[in-house]
Design a protein around this ligand. Structure first.
Ligand code: SF4
Length: 324
């Protein structure tokens, strides 16, 4: 480290776990593996994970990102579904066109799809707690016929919800929500509809929970908090909110070191750093390096959980790998 007497001291508390989760690793590896097997181009419906650096890197290797299948030509090359999941209409359309598809939907998102399906088969009306327009929410709602799933985003939505049969309800949630906010929404749902059924707590995934838990430990004791992540990354946005609510005077989402507004950090003596589940560690290092140019840093890791989760690649990619 470049130590200069002119630089102010900065105590950095690095949250652990942070950054890539098992679902994101699997999704990125799926694209890389597909490129190795099928050659370029490989089409990817939606950003494979919500991070520009990752998407640009895969684009350079030959991935073509599209928003809808009608942008995919019939050239025999595969199309990959992103980690967020897709409505059923998407694989159906791909089937009609005989497209070769690879599904990189995170298994923890697929688990929520299956839960919703089971509730539907049992004749229950379903409440989905989530954020309107997020691709995961669009995918979960799209597992079932229109009108079966009602989205609630906050407690007001719960209060305004008029079910067809208040005794036959179930709920599921988006995987990347704020643990605290969701607990409050679930509590209100259970208060209004005591017979509602759902998962034990909610469907928020281990990665979201652990990253928020680490932020809860660090945010109250630092002057500022950096969340490395993209503005369209739900779990990164939640980490910033969690930091603010935990009492951190200022929190900011940063994609790259070049985005740092140094005036924001004027006078800080302690800094918390974390990263959303779709942000690669190389970007955390880039941002820490930028701080090291200006401060004499002492970095300490604050750990909230150990993670050893691993998801195997989608089956067609696994089988081809085994055959080699
Ligand atoms: S954040 Fe959770 S649900 Fe989303 S990809 Fe990662 S492990 Fe899967």
């Amino acid at each position: 480290m470049d130590i200069s007497p002119d630089k102010p001291a900065l105590q950095v508390l690095l949250c652990s776990p942070r950054g890539f989760c098992a679902g994101v690793v699997r999704a990125i590896e799926s694209v890389e593996r597909a490129l190795a097997i099928y050659g370029a181009p490989v089409y990817v419906r939606h950003e494979i994970v919500h991070n520009r650096y990752v998407v640009d890197g895969l684009r350079k290797k030959g991935a073509i990102f599209v928003e809808e299948l009608d942008e995919v030509p019939d050239d025999g090359q595969p199309v990959i579904f992103s980690a967020h999941g897709v409505p059923r209409s998407v694989p159906a359309e791909a089937g009609r066109r005989n497209l070769l598809t690879l599904d990189a939907t995170c298994p923890l998102v697929t688990k929520v799809h299956r839960e919703a399906e089971i509730h539907y088969r049992k004749g229950r009306e379903i409440v989905l707690i989530g954020h309107a327009g997020h691709p995961e929410v669009v995918g979960t709602i799209g597992q079932l016929p229109p009108g079966i799933v009602t989205l609630v985003q906050d407690i007001d939505d719960v209060d305004n919800f008029v079910p067809k049969d208040r005794t036959n309800l179930a709920f599921v949630t988006q995987t990347t929500l704020s643990v605290q906010d969701t607990a409050a929404i679930v509590e209100r749902l259970k208060a209004r509809f005591p017979e509602i059924v759902g998962p034990h707590k909610e469907d928020i995934c281990y990665a979201t929970t652990n990253r928020q838990e680490a932020v809860l430990r660090v945010a109250p004791i630092v002057d500022a908090m950096v969340v490395v992540g993209a503005p369209n990354s739900s779990n990164s946005q939640r980490l910033k909110e969690v930091a603010e609510r935990a009492g951190c005077p200022k929190a900011v989402l940063l994609q790259r070191a070049a985005d740092i507004d140094w005036s924001f950090f004027d006078g800080i003596k302690t800094l918390g750093v974390t990263a959303g589940a779709s942000a690669p560690e190389v970007l955390v290092e880039e941002i820490l390096d930028a701080f090291a140019q200006r401060y004499v840093m002492n970095v300490e890791t604050i750990s909230a959980a150990e993670e050893g989760v691993f998801f195997p690649l989608p089956r067609p990619l696994r089988e081809t790998q085994a055959a080699e």
